[in-house]
Design a protein around this ligand. Sequence first.
Ligand SMILES: [Zn+2]
Length: 146
Amino acid sequence: MLKCKNCGERLTKFDKEMCPYCGTKNPIENMKDSSDTTQTLDKILSEDSNYSIKSYKLWLILMMCLGMFSADLFYLKKYKNAVIRLSMNIIIFLIFFLSIYLSNNSMIVLAILLPIGFLFLFYLALGLFFLVKNRHPKDSNGVYLK
Ligand SMILES: [Zn+2]
């Protein structure tokens, strides 16, 4: 909504030159009042011609199949979060692996497969949770996935 900076009366976009109530010239101080998500998106699109809205389906598939490698976060260009999750998963893997392998070093295959299977199932379940709830995340520009 546009207002006159002098008298505060409501203005239309046709009153940019002069306020019809008090006669102030250029009465509209801040044109950004009406900015919304659509305008933010327009801004992003005009600034970066390579920008495309990320796919919700692809994001879900990446999480369910390659979530342990942070593929879904890399896809959203949330690199910091991706590296943090990847590091955590490597630590989880090593804890699983070492606790099984050191207790019985003939179980090296199990020691590798068990943590990988655990992490895979975890991100599969997480992806299914987002799918069932129909939750759409934002990408690194704050735009919801479609
Ligand atoms: Zn006025």
